[in-house]
Design a protein around this ligand. Structure first.
Ligand code: SF4
Length: 232
C-alpha cells in the first residue's frame, strides 16, 4: 500500500537513507532506557501519554519501594501502587494497567518478557493486545526492546518527522505505517531497535514541534524545511 503523500518532488529521502543519515550523526544509540527486560516492559507501559523524565522518576520510586519485580508488583495493593506512580500522571489508571500487564507476564512468561519470543511475533503481539491498557505502541515496544522480536515501533515522533519529510502520511493507521517501515528495511531487530531510537532522539532534539531545520542533517531534502519546501 502506498503511504507516501503525493508530491512532485523526486528528491526526498528514502526510509533507509534517513536511518543512514541519523546513524552517521549519532552512532549506534544502544537504546532503551531500562536495566532489564522487565523494567523495559514497565517503562513502555508507564510512558503512555507521559514524558520519559516522569517515567524515570516513577521507576526510581518503584525501585526505592522495592516494587520493581514481577512478584512485588503482583502483590502490592493497587491504591498503594498508584501512590508510588504519582510522578507519571494518570497514576490510578496506570496502576491498574501495570497490575494487568504484570499478571499477564507472570502467567505467560514467569515475569520475563524475553519469553514472549517463544511465540511468533504477531501471536505474541495479539496476546499482549488482549491485556487491559496495552495498545499497539506499548505492545510493540515490549516486543522489540523487551523480547527482542522483529516489530517496528511507531510513535508520535515517527509520525511528525516522516510526515514533514513527506515520506508517509502521518494520519494513517498505526499498522499501515509500521508495515511501511518493515517493508522498506531488512528484517533486523538490532537495526529496527536503533532506528526507532534515532527517531526518538531526532524528534526530541531537532525535529521538535517547532523544528530546528537549520541544525538538521535531513534538511537538504525535506519538504518541511524552509530551506527546501513549504516550511510547514
Ligand atoms: S528539516 Fe526540519 S522539518 Fe525536516 S526533518 Fe529536519 S527538523 Fe524536521
Amino acid at each position: 500500500m502506498n503511504t507516501r503523500r503525493p508530491s512532485s518532488s523526486d528528491t526526498r529521502w528514502t526510509i533507509p537513507e534517513v536511518y543512514r543519515r541519523l546513524r552517521a550523526l549519532r552512532g549506534d544509540l544502544h537504546w532503551w532506557p531500562g536495566e532489564t527486560p522487565f523494567e523495559v516492559a514497565v517503562g513502555a507501559l508507564l510512558t503512555q501519554n507521559t514524558a520519559w523524565t516522569h517515567v524515570e522518576r516513577a521507576i526510581e520510586a518503584l525501585k526505592a519501594a522495592s516494587l520493581l519485580s514481577p512478584e512485588a508488583l503482583a502483590s502490592v495493593p493497587e491504591p498503594e501502587l498508584a501512590e508510588v506512580l504519582r510522578p507519571v500522571g494518570y497514576f490510578r489508571v496506570k496502576a491498574r494497567r501495570l497490575k494487568a500487564l504484570v499478571d499477564f507476564l507472570i502467567r505467560c512468561c514467569d515475569g520475563d518478557p524475553r519469553r514472549l519470543a517463544r511465540w511468533p511475533v504477531l501471536e505474541a503481539r495479539q496476546r499482549l493486545l488482549e491485556v487491559h491498557g496495552v495498545g499497539r505502541e506499548t505492545a510493540d515496544s515490549i516486543l522489540l526492546y523487551g523480547a527482542g522480536l522483529p516489530i517496528f515501533v511507531i510513535d508520535a515522533y515517527t509520525r511528525r518527522i516522516f510526515g514533514r519529510l513527506a515520506l508517509l502520511d502521518p494520519n494513517r493507521d498505526y499498522d499501515v505505517l509500521r508495515q511501511a517501515f518493515e517493508d522498506a528495511l531488512p528484517r533486523d531487530v538490532a537495526l529496527w531497535n536503533d532506528y526507532h531510537a534515532q527517531v526518538v532522539i531526532h524528534g526530541k532534539e531537532v525535529c521538535r514541534p517547532r523544528p530546528r531545520c537549520g541544525e538538521c542533517v535531513l534538511a537538504s531534502r525535506c519538504p518541511g524545511s524552509p530551506q527546501t519546501g513549504s516550511g510547514r
